[in-house]
Design a protein. Structure first.
Length: 221
């Protein structure tokens, strides 16, 4: 039993060691890959610097003729000669900076300030001659100032339109006398017609008509 427990403990320990070694190997692999990636980035940066240097050199060689023209016209730059180098620090310290080179002349830039024009001196004789000439001239008429007239628009008179009120006239009632006359005429007309009929018809005919009317009235009753 004790041997089995010991072997089980050794097995657990071995398995733990294997797991730890596996994680360690994975971390080492990741570090190695990062190192390779950094090397590649460094090579890319170096290649970009070389490319920029080559592009600058190509541009300079392409513009070499123009640079030589500028140097000959304006810059006047020359390559250093052997006499411009010193052997040691003592010779360098002994140099006098204030003293210019023995050969050649130094050209310095000069600021050219334009000079102001000289003031005009008026002679008294010229002033005295100009004064009588000015007095001899007739006085010029004063300028006439004309004021512009501004035509303002006339005020418009607005007339109010009167409203015509149309009133309907009420019909006046006819006079009472006229009404009475019309009623009397209406009564007289049937009697006149009857009298006219009596004159036209004979007495016998009229009597027969009256008898017939009476008999019909009796029958109806």
């Amino acid at each position: 039993m004790t041997a089995a427990y010991r072997l089980r403990g050794i097995g657990w320990f071995g398995s733990c060691v294997a797991v730890v070694l596996g994680f360690y190997l994975v971390s080492l692999q990741v570090a190695a890959e990062r190192k390779k990636l950094d090397d590649v980035n460094g090579r890319i940066a170096a290649a970009q610097r070389d490319i920029r240097a080559l592009e600058t050199e190509f541009d300079t060689r392409a513009n070499l003729v123009q640079l030589e023209k500028w140097n000959g016209d304006t810059l006047a730059l020359t390559a250093p000669v052997a006499g411009q180098f010193v052997g040691d620090e003592a010779q360098l310290a002994s140099l006098d900076v204030t003293r210019g080179p023995a050969e050649g002349t130094i050209q310095t830039a000069a600021l050219l300030v334009p000079s102001q024009p000289a003031p005009v001196v008026v002679q008294p004789e010229a002033v005295a001659a100009a004064a009588p000439a000015a007095l001899s001239k007739p006085n010029a008429p004063a300028p006439v100032v004309r004021l512009a007239k501004v035509d303002l628009p006339k005020p418009q008179i607005v007339q109010a339109v009167s409203e015509h009120v149309v009133t309907t006239k009420k019909a006046k009632p006819a006079p009472i006398a006229t009404v009475r006359t019309a009623a009397a005429v209406a009564k007289v007309r049937p009697e006149a017609v009857a009298m006219l009929d009596r004159q036209l018809l004979s007495d016998t005919t009229l009597g027969d008509i009256l008898k017939g009317a009476k008999t019909e009235a009796r029958r109806r009753r």
